[in-house]
Design a protein around this ligand. Structure first.
Ligand code: 5GP
Length: 190
């Protein structure tokens, strides 16, 4: 999507460890108008899929997931990363290896929020090695619900996540796919 690619080129910063910082518009400070336009493009691509719920993981996926869910008119659920007191013991649980923090954490969703009748769209800001998406898909499967697909803002195409998740037969739609990035340039896949 040209709009997103232009914004990444303008404001994205490449950090060591193949980390792209886009926190001035996507996942720390949020450009709400841009987010709405990204959400609309996802809704267009998944038209006709009868999605009943959007699922993401806290925290950086929440804004994008909210935009998509709001335009679809369905609830957005975010998986929690910590077992806080206000989570019941009645949760689905999956393990995720964090790309940005190099740690493993559990993600949890209250069982009552994903039902076997749900058709769930997974949404996240980034796709790198695919651990977050795989963990969320695992939770949906545990619930007996359907994974409609994954909607990603930025896929780092030089990492393996896209191949892994698509290889599991899951549809992945990414609005910008980065082929290569260095300190001075970012190249997108056509
Ligand atoms: P994966 O699980 O696919 O390896 O990584 C995806 C998750 O890691 C996303 O939820 C995102 O928060 C984070 N992530 C991965 N790569 C990047 C990156 O280059 N920049 C930022 N800001 N987050 C990333």
């Amino acid at each position: 999507m040209q709009l997103l690619e232009d914004r990444i080129t303008q404001d994205g910063k490449v950090y060591p460890g193949n980390v792209l910082k886009v926190d001035s518009f996507l996942n720390h400070q949020i450009d709400c108008d841009l987010m709405t336009q990204l959400g609309a493009e996802i809704v267009r691509r998944f038209d006709g899929e009868n999605i009943t719920k959007v699922l993401t993981v806290e925290a950086s996926g929440i804004a994008f997931a909210f935009a998509v869910a709001s335009l679809l008119g369905v609830p957005m659920v975010f998986a929690k990363k910590s077992q806080t007191n206000n989570l019941s013991p009645n949760v689905y649980n999956a393990k995720v290896v964090s790309y940005t923090h190099s740690t493993t954490y559990d993600v949890r969703v209250e069982k009552e929020f994903i039902l076997p009748t749900d058709k769930v769209l997974i949404v996240d800001d980034f796709l790198a090695n695919g651990a977050a998406l795989t963990g969320l898909a695992d939770i949906i499967t545990q619930a007996g619900a359907k994974v409609v697909g994954c909607a990603i803002a930025i896929e780092k195409g030089f990492q393996d996540g896209g191949k892994i998740v698509r290889g599991q037969g899951i549809r992945v739609e990414s609005l910008a796919i980065i082929e290569k990035m260095t300190n001075s340039s970012i190249t997108f896949r056509n």
